[in-house]
Design a protein around this ligand. Structure first.
Ligand SMILES: [Zn+2]
Length: 262
């Protein structure tokens, strides 16, 4: 069997290694502790991407202790046997949504990135907010915007925050339209993330899709996301350069229709 090439991992902060996939500029983050154990946050996207991630981890002699899914969307809940038989943590609400939506997640994964091990898809273990059971402190902080039970991961020692699908330079805020008040939930989540950035003196933010941000760029994205959400609830046109992408434009139009119909 041909060996899969190891993916490039970029160290964006001490012990925080990021691989970026071609599809949707999706990031997968490897959190490495001093004892060469690691936790994989949102490993993605295609089966080949996962094998390449497994090869990159093996190349560094790292032992995978677990995974984290920041939220229950298909591209954040895939897994491969090559990554090991370990728990994959998510908030209890995210686990419940993944269980409820499992058929949809399988269908979406199959449509967008065929060939995943369906038996492993969305097999998540509930972890209540707070430190992950791992030797370096990493905090799972639930905010519930974008998807049920969605969370960010803060690594205080590295001054890093993994934002899941928040704070992207490529994607406007994408709402969980099943939420009773998705815009307020999202704005509250942005406030919480900003608090975390200050509380932990965060220097690097890694979004689930897009490029990493330093402190100044993080504050710029927070402002851009708040401006987008403010415009969404108004009556006028929404001006945001991220809407140049046709897929985001169509998601945006869906959001406008849903939010303004309330
Ligand atoms: Zn998502």
């Amino acid at each position: 069997m041909a060996r899969t090439a190891a993916r490039d991992l970029v160290e964006v902060a001490p012990g925080v290694l990021v691989a970026t996939a071609r599809a949707y500029t999706t990031t997968s983050t490897v959190l490495v502790a001093d004892d060469a154990t690691c936790v994989l946050v949102d490993p993605a996207v295609t089966p080949a991407d996962l094998d390449g991630l497994a090869a990159a981890v093996a190349e560094r002699d790292l032992t995978v202790l677990g995974g984290v899914s920041t939220h229950p969307h298909w591209d954040h809940v895939v897994w491969s046997r090559a990554l090991g038989d370990v728990p994959r943590w998510a908030t209890p609400a995210a686990c419940e949504a993944a269980r409820r939506e499992r058929a949809h997640l399988v269908r979406d994964a199959d449509a967008e990135a065929p060939g995943h091990d369906v038996a492993l898809l969305a097999r998540l273990t509930p972890h209540r907010a707070g430190p992950l059971p791992w030797c370096t402190e990493a905090l799972l902080v639930e905010h519930g915007a974008h998807a049920p039970g969605a969370a960010v991961v803060v690594v205080p020692a590295a001054r890093a925050l993994l934002a899941g699908d928040l704070l992207s330079d490529l994607e406007v805020p994408l709402l969980d339209l099943a939420d009773a008040d998705p815009v307020t939930t999202y704005l509250t989540a942005l406030d919480r993330v900003e608090e975390l950035v200050h509380e932990h003196d965060v220097r690097v933010v890694v979004p689930g899709h897009g490029h990493r941000a330093d402190r100044a760029e993080t504050l710029r994205r927070l402002a851009a996301d708040r401006a987008y959400l403010g415009a969404l609830t108004g009556r006028g046109e929404v001006d945001d350069e991220r809407l140049a992408d046709p897929w985001l434009r169509s998601e945006h139009e869906r959001q406008v229709a849903a939010v303004r119909a309330r």
